[in-house]
Ligand binder design. Structure first.
Ligand code: FAD
Ligand code: AMP
Length: 474
């Protein structure tokens, strides 16, 4: 007889491990199966996010920012530092230590919450059984009343630029270069391309980003994207829009690229190439043929608004299903599903999921862009406020960017908030709370914000919606 659980979660990324912990908190006997192998060859919980995504990228972004500031920010403060150098071993080693701390931490949390971890590849069989294949090929089967599929995503590979993980790398490779590439090519000016491109640019790489689309960061609000593009150009990121990679050939110790734009075909030679053209839901080997779980045209597991697959007791969450591929979105789905399984009122609102790009300046938003409101014919008002007029931002020498708030023209309900500037990854949280509570710009305008703080930009943008910002002309 196979060991029986109330809940089996397949995948221990931020969607899966959070679902497992919440299910166990609710008194459900829970197992979590994961196959991720860490740099040390051992099981590493935490999925993409903790191992090769959110956490390591932020560690490198922070380290590279410290280095960059020495030459580009400290002199303004009257501080000069001679002979600053980067020791790449320590730089990458610090990141690895942080990853280990957090992936190990999930193991501790599983212990504390009595979640049983299994190491290996999980496959859902008919009847909610899960077959686990260990790295040594050994097999065992466990079963549960409920199975939560949280198998995440993997990088999309271009057929003409296949990863060799030495010269043509994915996100994992770009987190582990052993020397600063003299010339780095980045394909895709999305979140991952911009963040990792920034890391290596700050350390001295000559970075060229090729983006097939004609508009920069078309997923963000156009005004915000425009400001960001100008700032990235100042950083020295060479972003070529409407430039589609068509060929990448590894030659000796470099990569020869061919890309096409409106003027025809061009050649570019780089030392390393990061391909960051998006991620796809990962379901390879996850489902036996007769489970009844369906995939959509993009290979994502089909779920309803409660993350249920339509197959009795089978749920799916995180990057493997529709919606933004963001860690916190998966985690909240994990909590909601565990609560629905336990008969409680789970809750997830995909309309208020915040987006953050951790570049310099940071970019953050929640809700609709101005273009979306226009396309949908929703009447709206706009309030903006620049960080240049925020005392704290000026004191920090980081007075770049703005907050832009969109509210319904008649009801004043906040429909979207878009920011580029210092610390906006934190500032967006206030707006998400207001939006989740169905708040109006008037609500935020009437709330006391501490002075001098960056949050005053949110307050003033809310005031500006009704043309009554204090520290700028309206
Ligand atoms: P994953 O994290 O992909 O985890 C899935 C896990 O399931 C993996 O461990 C995988 O090995 C395992 N698995 C898959 N199939 C099986 C199977 N059959 N059996 C057993 N195990 C299996 N998001 C943010 O919100 N903020 C950020 O700052 C951010 N930065 C990022 C930076 C980079 C470079 C990258 C690549 C991504 C970043 N993301 C960020 C996205 C974020 O990492 C993902 O949205 C998130 O990891 C998705 O979580 P998940 O649990 O759905 O899947
Ligand atoms: P994201 O999905 O946010 O990670 O962004 C990936 C980006 O890669 C998108 O903006 C795509 O337009 C871009 N992209 C995809 N294929 C190519 C290609 N062959 N050359 C250049 N850019 C590409």
């Amino acid at each position: 007889m196979s060991e029986k659980f109330d809940v089996i979660v397949i995948g221990a990324g931020p969607a899966g491990y959070v679902a497992a912990i919440r299910a166990a908190q609710l008194g459900l006997k829970t197992a979590c199966v994961d196959a991720f192998v860490g740099k040390d060859g051992k099981q590493a919980l935490g999925g993409t996010c903790l191992n090769v995504g959110c956490i390591p990228s932020k560690a490198l972004l922070d380290s590279s920012k410290q280095y960059y500031n020495i030459a580009h920010n400290l002199p303004v403060h009257g501080i000069t530092v001679e002979g600053a150098k980067v020791d790449l071993g320590t730089f990458i080693g610090r990141k690895d230590k942080i990853v280990k701390q957090f992936t190990g931490g999930i193991g501790q949390l599983f212990k504390a919450n009595k979640v049983t971890p299994f190491f290996g590849k999980g496959k859902l069989l008919k009847g909610n059984e899960v077959e686990i294949t260990g790295n040594d090929g050994s097999k065992q089967t466990i079963s549960a009343t409920n199975v939560i599929l949280a198998s995440g995503s993997v990088p999309i590979e271009l057929p003409f630029a296949k990863f060799d993980n030495k010269f043509i790398v994915d996100n994992a490779g770009a987190l582990d270069f052993t020397e600063v590439p003299k010339r780095l090519g980045v394909i895709g000016a999305g979140v991952i391309g911009l963040e990792l491109g920034s890391v290596w640019k700050r350390l001295g790489s000559d970075v060229t980003v090729l983006e097939a689309l004609p508009d920069f960061l078309s997923v963000a609000d156009a005004d915000i994207a425009k400001i960001a593009a100008k700032e990235f150009a100042k950083l020295g990121l060479n972003i070529k829009l409407g430039a589609k990679l068509t060929k990448a050939e590894i030659k000796k110790n470099e990569v020869a690229l061919t890309y096409e734009d409106k003027d025809g075909a061009h050649e570019l030679v780089v030392d390393k190439l990061l391909v960051a053209v998006g991620r796809r839901a990962y379901t390879d080997g996850l489902l036996a043929d007769d489970t009844g779980v369906k995939l959509d045209e993009r290979g994502r597991i089909v779920v309803d608004e409660h993350n249920h697959t339509g197959v009795n007791g089978v749920w799916a969450i995180g990057d493997a299903v529709r919606g933004p591929m963001l860690a916190h979105k998966g985690s909240e789905e994990g909590v909601a599903v565990a609560e629905w399984i336990a008969g409680k009122a789970g809750h997830i609102n995909l309309d208020t999921v915040p987006w953050v790009i951790y570049t310099e300046p940071e970019i953050a938003w929640a809700g609709k862009t101005e273009k979306q409101l226009k396309d949908e014919g929703v009447p709206y008002k706009v309030g903006t406020f620049p960080f240049a007029a925020i005392g704290r931002a000026v004191a920090m020498n980081e007075a770049i960017g703005q907050v832009k708030m969109l509210a319904h023209a008649e009801t004043d309900r906040i429909l979207g908030v878009h920011m580029v500037g210092p610390g906006v990854s934190e500032l967006i949280a206030e707006c998400v709370v207001a939006m989740e509570f169905k708040g109006s710009s008037e609500d935020l305008a009437r709330i006391v914000h501490a002075h001098p703080t960056l949050s005053e930009a949110v307050h003033e943008a809310a005031l500006s919606v009704d043309k009554r910002a204090i520290h700028k002309g309206n």
